[in-house]
Write a protein that binds this ligand. Structure first.
Ligand code: ZN
Length: 489
């Protein structure tokens, strides 16, 4: 098995050769969405980053178990221990049953993920379906003495844990710093320390999503689901845990503390974090009006968008940056990504039409090596894309007769593009680009108007000619009472 694959481990802060614990199996856990609103730009980046990782591990020949959870309970506002459950809040606002909210937004999320051409995870566990496992996990932590019950809630004892283990090892935060930044909030009198976090919360009156337990009728703390479900499906120690950089603290830090307290060891070998997306240089937030959902991006219906962008343009745009760098969305950047993607697929079209020569004047195996070196280097997709464009340049040079490729090398180049463009980067050619589609719509409107004019003049020869020639071009006109409609035949 070819394996020079190195990934940057956020825990050790260096690149490490990927060596799975139980080859040929590889376990991958990625924090999935909290389904209380439509999937937005922020969801696209981790989805695409870890999709490329998943695809590359499969390409390397690993049997990958890819687990991505759905948070449908216990994620309170502002990632804190207080405030309303985000899903419950949405349910109240929309007058829906909480699980209706979950189902609606989960459906949209899945549809958007399909549009972005991400592969489905092997298992997609929901927090609400794993309450028993989470309670079991809490009991383990209590038994080890790293948690305490207070007024029907259970809290993690950060101070006690820090005496033996390193709380803050992932995010680099230290307890003193945390203490200084912790505001005094309601309910904190239940805690021994302000930085203790909840494992189980007693439900307040009127809280709908709650389950019985020996502590209270309540619900699990947000961080608990990922500890319980990753260990359930991937084992006590597993290979890769991924998520957005914004989850590093408190979410992943707390996950590490929970798993280490319960199991006496660190569960995750490699921690991977994707960086964030900004819009015109600003953080995305509802309050400043730059919150863009994926459906709005695909339809162009948002005041900040000058046109619709296809899912593949978004995917290509995200792949143009390394996953650990920030990405800034703007119409200019997206339009240039759209052009780049078109150029790539135009090159592939030309490649299909290119004939072989006796001998090659270009080195395809050297190009292939550069492509593998790029993806092996912590999934360096921007560098990989630059080599794929070098391949496009080769194709055009051969097509112009300036360079030559043998039949074998043409075959290798086709295979190289199939492997990297389709299998690993997960790009696919849109049958028609969004801009072409828009232009076609406008042209058809002009043609239909001209035909209508001919009919009104009783010039049926011309109107029939237009209809017949469109039919030959694969477009069917249907006359309705209020004008003609068209469709592709
Ligand atoms: Zn998580």
């Amino acid at each position: 098995m070819h394996n020079n694959f190195t990934i940057y481990n956020s825990l050790t802060r260096r690149k490490e050769l990927f060596e799975p614990l139980r080859p040929p199996f590889a376990g991958l856990y990625v924090c999935g969405p909290t389904v209380y609103s439509n999937a937005h730009l922020g969801h696209a980046r981790p989805a695409i980053t870890f999709d490329v990782l998943y695809r590359y591990l499969l390409h390397l020949g690993y049997k990958v178990r890819y687990v991505r959870n759905i948070t449908d309970v216990g994620h309170l506002e502002n990632d804190s221990d207080e405030g309303e459950d985000k899903i419950l809040k949405a349910a109240r606002a929309e007058h829906l049953e909480p699980m209706e909210v979950v189902q609606n937004y989960m459906n949209t999320f899945h549809r958007n993920m399909d549009q972005l051409n991400t592969l489905k995870p092997s298992i997609e566990p929901r927090a609400s379906g794993h309450i028993i496992e989470q309670q079991e996990f809490i009991r383990k932590i209590l038994k080890k003495g790293y948690a305490y019950e207070s007024n029907g809630s259970v809290y993690f004892d950060v101070k006690k844990y820090s005496e033996k283990y390193d709380y803050g090892k992932l995010s680099g935060r230290v307890l003193e710093e945390l203490q200084a930044n912790t505001r005094s909030l309601a309910g904190q009198d239940e805690k021994r320390s302000p930085f203790d976090f909840s494992l189980w919360k007693k439900a307040t009156p009127g809280h709908i999503m709650k389950w019985p337990s020996e502590w209270s009728n309540g619900f699990p703390g947000w961080h608990m689901e990922c500890s319980a479900m990753s260990v359930k499906y991937l084992g006590e120690v597993f290979d890769i845990h991924g998520g957005g950089m914004d989850l590093m603290f408190p979410h992943h830090e707390c996950e590490i503390a929970q798993s280490t307290a319960a199991l006496g060891k660190e569960s995750v070998k490699y921690w991977m974090h994707n960086n964030m997306i900004t819009i015109n240089g600003q953080k995305m937030a509802r309050s400043i009006g730059n919150f863009i959902t994926l459906d709005q991006l695909f339809s162009g219906e948002h005041p900040l968008l000058e046109q619709p962008y296809s899912p593949m343009t978004i995917r290509f745009f995200i792949l143009q940056a390394h996953y650990r760098s920030t990405v800034d969305f703007s119409n200019e950047a997206l339009k240039s990504a759209e052009k780049g993607l078109e150029r790539l697929f135009k090159g592939l079209e030309t490649l299909e039409k290119t004939g072989p020569s006796e001998k090659s004047t270009l080195d395809i195996s050297a190009l292939e090596k550069k492509c593998f070196d790029a993806i092996d280097d912590d999934l360096n997709t921007p560098v990989l894309l630059s080599y794929l464009f070098e391949g496009v340049k080769y194709i055009n040079q051969v097509n112009d007769g300036k360079e030559k490729l043998s039949a074998a090398d043409l075959g290798s180049l086709k295979k190289l593009f199939k492997t990297f463009v389709f299998d690993i980067l997960g790009l696919k050619a849109a049958p028609v680009s969004v801009t072409d589609e828009k232009l076609t719509g406008e042209l058809m409107k002009i043609i239909i108007d001209l035909r209508q004019d001919a009919r009104e003049r009783k010039d049926f020869a011309t109107s029939d000619k237009i209809r017949n020639e469109l039919k030959e071009a694969g477009i069917i006109l249907k006359d309705r009472k209020d004008g003609a409609e068209w469709e592709r035949g």
